[in-house]
Write a protein that binds this ligand. Sequence first.
Ligand code: G
Ligand code: G
Ligand code: MN
Ligand code: NA
Length: 255
Amino acid sequence: IAAVREIDAAITEKRILPFYQPIVRLDTGEIIGLEALARLQTAEGRIASAGEFHSAFADPRIAYELTGQMLDNVARDVRTWLDAEIPFQHVGVNVTTGDFQRGDLAERMADIFAYHNVPLRHVVLEVNESVFMGGNDQAVPHAVEELRAKGLLVALDDFGTGFASLTHLLSFPVDIIKIDRSFVEQLGVDQPGEVVVSAILDIAQRLDMRVVAEGIETARQSDILRQLGCTLGQGYLFSRPVSARDVTQLLRSFA
Ligand code: G
Ligand code: G
Ligand code: MN
Ligand code: NA
């Protein structure tokens, strides 16, 4: 799916859709949230992962359109779950720098979720540190603060993998830190991995931020995370990202 033309066609034909990966309590496996991940249905009907086309997110116009379809679909799915009284807390949507470029992200999100009658407290904005790295430009932190003021939670994705200094990172207006899977991968293999995870948990606790560990693939990793005091996680051990219909079944099983 490298061709921009293919992605353009998918956008025009509304073939961008969210898959959902559960975020669970590591002690009980209970689903406490979801992360929406973009999938592209090809003209032939195959479901392509974001990894196959996420270089396209670098184009602000494509990012804008793609995010629009994602938000619209996510809002509609959330409304369905709320109407069916399916236990559900919040869903994370990924946005990148390009989404902030037009300066209307906060208003746009508010409009889309209001249109579907979904309160913004059910929404988590997932960003990585690069969105905050625009130098002296305060537009992005402002937009993020505006969204938080409307009740959205903000999650800092891929924590620990970028170039921001720790002081800078901790000045970002975020509620949730997502420990990157490169650290989770090292658990049980490498002592430094455990030290980093412990340090992140300690910092988050002191700053009253929640922590979600990403990319948990083994019971061993989950056990170590729990021992270190991490209570929430996501990864193939619990579930791959699945369709809206499949995640509805998963959510129902906890009703
Ligand atoms: O789901 P997958 O592992 O293929 O995702 C690959 C990359 O694409 C990840 O970095 C993920 O954050 C990103 N991604 C997935 N869905 C979205 C989306 O809806 N918007 C943006 N901006 N990035 C996404
Ligand atoms: O950048 P972001 O953290 O949003 O990327 C999430 C990506 O990680 C998604 O594409 C998702 O499919 C993928 N992912 C989710 N769980 C696991 C896992 O347990 N192992 C691996 N290798 N990838 C995962
Ligand atoms: Mn993410
Ligand atoms: Na991540």
